[in-house]
Design a protein around this ligand. Structure first.
Ligand code: PHB
Ligand code: FE
Length: 328
């Protein structure tokens, strides 16, 4: 039996585990106590429910992000900034060669509404897909309640540079932003500002380490400064980046603390290209033709530096701009 909830969301009645099934075009999604099942005309796929929900959470919260969001080596989305491809096996050499891959294009609001409904229906009360595994309950079992507050939390977006008057609430225990258990050694003192006479009140500074030490989410870059297309998006990382991100532009990583391992693969085939270990102070440019997934054994601070220009994907795809950032 099929029921339309809103904005073309196609959902079934709950199954024996309490979960609805969802469909987008010819792709269907269902879940039971441990797993998520995806079917399309030429194939089927299974994923662990926890990893699937962590990926789904980020795809929804990031409005499908830059380029490709692979939930794993088979399922994912491509952002065309207005429409989104939902694919199975499209960026997987074996599926492509066997001609078993499948992709369909949807208006962004349509796929977003279905993804949101699926995320809400499949996330139990105990589970927070943005939290590290050590800081959340489990994703498994029959349907038990919901956690709408956690899955609809807004990405913390600075209106101006952090540090200017008005953002203090983000940096205090009293406002529900305590220092994370793994950053208790991070000094909380703020910089002393000595402005030239006449410039008092116009110069701002803040302690980025202290700010990040209070983040209660993992693998969720937040825009902290904007200068034209230059976006500074620091984030705190623990366990595994749930998605394998396929770039449509170069992005820079600055390792601010601790350590992250990156698996870097060819964006289109998944062939291994590099294993990268980033230690504090290391800087890496991720090329525009790769996909990557990060691993952090201990909560780490990472600065993701994005170029938000709308022109870049087209320039790179047409060969007018290179896939790498610098000629040495
Ligand atoms: C990335 O794909 O570049 C990325 C995504 C989320 C993070 C860090 C990096 O938290
Ligand atoms: Fe990336």
């Amino acid at each position: 039996m099929s029921a339309t909830i809103s904005l073309g969301v196609k959902a079934s009645a709950p199954n024996e585990h309490g979960y609805r099934s969802f469909s987008l075009g010819e792709l269907t999604f269902s879940r039971d106590e441990y797993f998520v099942y995806v079917h399309w005309p030429t194939g089927r796929h299974v994923m662990s429910a926890d990893g699937f929900l962590r990926s789904l959470q980020r795809d929804v919260a990031w409005e499908f992000f830059y380029g490709i969001v692979n939930f794993d080596g088979v399922i994912g989305t491509v952002n065309h900034y207005g429409t989104v491809d939902l694919f199975a096996g499209r960026y997987n050499d074996a599926y492509r060669k066997a001609e078993l891959d499948h992709a369909e294009n949807f208006e962004t609001p349509v796929i977003k509404a279905t993804f949101q409904a699926m995320l809400d229906d499949w996330t139990n009360a105990a589970f927070d897909p943005f939290a590290s595994p050590a800081e959340t309950g489990g994703a498994f079992g029959p349907k038990r309640g919901s956690n709408t507050a956690a899955i609809t939390r807004r990405r913390v977006t600075a209106k101006r540079m952090v540090g200017v008057p008005g953002d203090e609430a983000l940096r205090s225990d009293a406002n529900g932003h305590p220092v994370n258990r793994q950053f208790l050694d991070v000094p909380q003192d703020e910089p002393e500002i000595r402005a030239e006479p006449g410039f008092e009140g116009q110069v701002a500074a803040f302690n980025l380490f202290a700010y990040l030490s209070r983040s209660n989410v993992t693998w969720n870059p937040s825009v902290v400064s904007v200068c034209k297309d230059s976006l500074y998006c620091p984030t705190t990382e623990e366990y595994i980046l749930p998605i394998i991100h396929g770039n449509d532009r170069v992005e820079w990583f600055v390792q601010l603390s601790d350590e992250i391992y990156w698996d870097v693969e060819d964006r289109d085939t998944g062939a291994v290209r590099a294993k990268v270990v980033m230690k504090p102070g290391d800087v890496a440019a991720m090329p525009a033709d790769i996909r990557h997934q990060g691993y952090a054994a201990k909560r780490a601070m990472l600065l993701v530096w994005e170029n938000g220009s709308r022109d870049l994907p087209g320039l790179i795809a047409s060969g007018k701009a290179p896939t790498y950032p610098v000629d040495f």
